[in-house]
Design a protein around this ligand. Structure first.
Ligand code: NAD
Length: 450
């Protein structure tokens, strides 16, 4: 069956691809399985060199990759350029990290005990459509660095950048079979990877709902699994914060990537005494967001990924609308920047809308802020705005979430761990922590007696 890939800003077809089925998925796993012994035997420094070459090729093809991503996801070209820059940095980071994850020697009686980090084998990487290349690289970097071979399954809606990356990996000299990209349905290709006895681990990013079924599926073969799932993060603004700065930054923490961001701070919690002032500043800042043609350098927000997703977003928006922006007329899956005044019990504050919709929620004091922020099944990201340093750290420790920023909304970096608490998943990507999910600790005791 063929797959038509659309540009969400124009609704035009930009590619038609053959979709893989179970047989093609099995063939890719066979290739990866066959390539594993030789790849794990490549010296760490040489694996690093190959990853470094891939990073350099990504840099050389920076504009091409950014345009592919912008057209296929509908994301503004400026954002896509930043993301491709991060992809190169991720491969550079893991190129350098390959030989820096050391084992241990542990004092024991009668001999020497040592640990090794062994690769897992074939890993299945399943990624979503919102940051296709970025999220692929977060998994590929540590997986390949540790000596695993890979079958990468991009989302059906956005397969183009992953396919191009697969070509660049071959050009970089990464041997055939080490990185295999398979395009097809989650219920077919993804499901087969989850079930396949020769796949040792699933690295999954996507919705909590599908993550749950992946977790159930891997139980049959006791596969390793890491899950990066949904979020409903809180942006907590205390009255003593620099309100102008917090309000100027808040729209970009929700409306970036049209809100299709697992880290979106889509619940904006504001201390009651500063609520009215903050609401005015927030609306003014949101009004200035440039929505339109993703290929224009000045555009800050593009369309949603699909007509179906636009219907889903529209179906969740209720409550008193504080602000609703404009969208371009004509074709494209547009949805306006929307701010709704809500309570934390409202549906808009409980569900991951995954669109450009923010819920503004008042709180009374520090304890109330912590209670509301934690009152969600998710625990991925969040922000704290205050000029009181003790409070900032107190609240940071109290929030049940994996990735936080203080007086900033930026908490994703190449060298620092990223991942969720609660139903936002488990396992960490990026930084040195990312290597843990793609290697297994082996303990060896060597007797020195006799
Ligand atoms: P999704 O769960 O629908 O799909 C994710 C991937 O899983 C796709 O490649 C899909 O084809 C595949 N898939 C679907 N059904 C499957 C099955 N039965 N078995 C195996 N694979 C299957 O998610 P989406 O709509 O593509 O992405 C949006 C979601 O991803 C949001 O919930 C968002 O929060 C989440 N997300 C999380 C992070 C994070 O790091 N925590 C990052 C980005 C997106």
């Amino acid at each position: 069956m063929s797959l038509t890939v659309l540009n969400p800003a124009t609704e035009e077809a930009i590619a038609t691809l053959e979709q893989a089925g179970v047989d093609e998925t099995d063939a890719a796993v066979r290739l990866a399985h066959a390539a594993f012994p030789a790849w794990r035997a490549v010296s760490p420094a040489d694996r690093g060199r190959l990853l470094r070459r891939l990073a350099t090729l990504v840099e050389e093809h920076h504009e091409e990759l950014a345009r592919i991503e912008s057209e296929n996801v509908g994301k503004p070209i400026s954002g896509a350029r930043g993301e491709v820059g991060m992809v190169a940095d991720v491969f550079h980071f893991y190129a350098g990290a390959v030989d820096k994850k050391h084992g241990e020697t542990i004092p024991v009686a009668g001999g020497i005990d040592m640990t090794f980090r062994e690769p897992l084998g074939v890993v299945g990487l399943i990624v979503p459509w919102n940051f296709p290349l970025n999220i692929s690289s977060w998994k590929l970097g540590p997986a390949l660095a540790c000596g695993n071979t890979v079958v990468l399954k991009p989302a059906e809606l956005t397969p183009l950048s992953a396919l191009r990356l697969g070509e660049l990996a071959l050009e970089a000299g990464i041997p055939e079979g080490v990185l295999n990209v398979v395009v097809g349905k989650g219920s077919v290709v993804g499901q087969r990877l989850v079930e396949h006895p020769d796949v040792a681990k699933i690295g999954f990013t996507g919705s909590t709902e599908v993550g749950r079924s992946v977790m159930e599926g891997v139980a049959a073969t006791i596969k390793r699994v890491t899950l990066e799932l949904g979020g409903k993060s809180a942006n907590v603004v205390f009255a003593d914060a620099d309100l102008e700065k917090a309000a100027a930054a808040a729209p970009y923490a929700v409306f970036d990537n049209a809100g299709q961001d697992c880290c979106a701070r889509s619940r904006i919690l504001v201390e009651r005494s500063a609520y009215d002032r903050f609401a005015d500043l927030l609306v003014a800042a949101t009004r200035s967001i440039v929505v339109g043609d993703p290929s224009s350098d000045s555009t800050e927000m593009g369309p949603l990924i699909s007509a179906q997703h636009r219907d889903t977003v529209a179906g969740v928006v209720d409550g008193a609308t504080l602000y609703r922006g404009e969208t371009p007329a004509g074709k494209g899956f547009w949805y306006p920047c929307t701010i709704v005044e809500a309570s934390n019990d409202d549906r808009i504050a409980r569900e991951e809308v995954f669109g450009p919709v923010a819920a503004l929620i008042p709180f009374d004091d520090e304890a109330d802020a912590i209670q509301i922020a934690n009152d969600t099944p998710y625990g991925l990201s969040g922000s704290i705005w205050t000029q009181n340093g003790s409070r900032a750290l107190r609240v940071a420790r109290a929030l049940d979430t994996g990735v936080l920023s203080i007086n900033s909304n930026s908490s994703v970096r190449v060298s620092t761990p990223f991942g969720g608490f609660k139903q936002s998943g488990f396992g960490r990507e990026l930084g040195m922590h990312g290597l843990d999910g793609y290697s297994e600790v082996k303990n060896v005791y060597y007797s020195t007696e006799g």
